[in-house]
Design a binder for this molecule. Structure first.
Ligand SMILES: [Zn+2]
Length: 67
């Protein structure tokens, strides 16, 4: 059996040293604060209604509305 179980290790997909605070159900990966944004906003995502990442992007920090 493998001794390494990073099963409950939540690390950012791009930054292994960072904590992955947000989970992307579509891609099954975690993202850190910096990376938290929908990878494919135009691609249909069945998890979107419960996706914290998507919510953050929609009602996000920036007041500017990108078209
Ligand atoms: Zn990151």
């Amino acid at each position: 059996m493998s001794a390494t179980t990073d099963h409950d290790e939540r690390r950012c997909a791009r930054h292994p040293e960072r904590e992955g605070r947000y989970y992307c159900s579509k891609y099954g990966r975690y993202l850190c604060d910096e990376c938290v944004s929908c990878a494919d906003p135009k691609l249909y995502c069945k998890y979107r209604s419960q996706c914290i990442i998507w919510e953050l992007e929609r009602y996000g920090d920036s007041g500017t509305r990108a078209r």
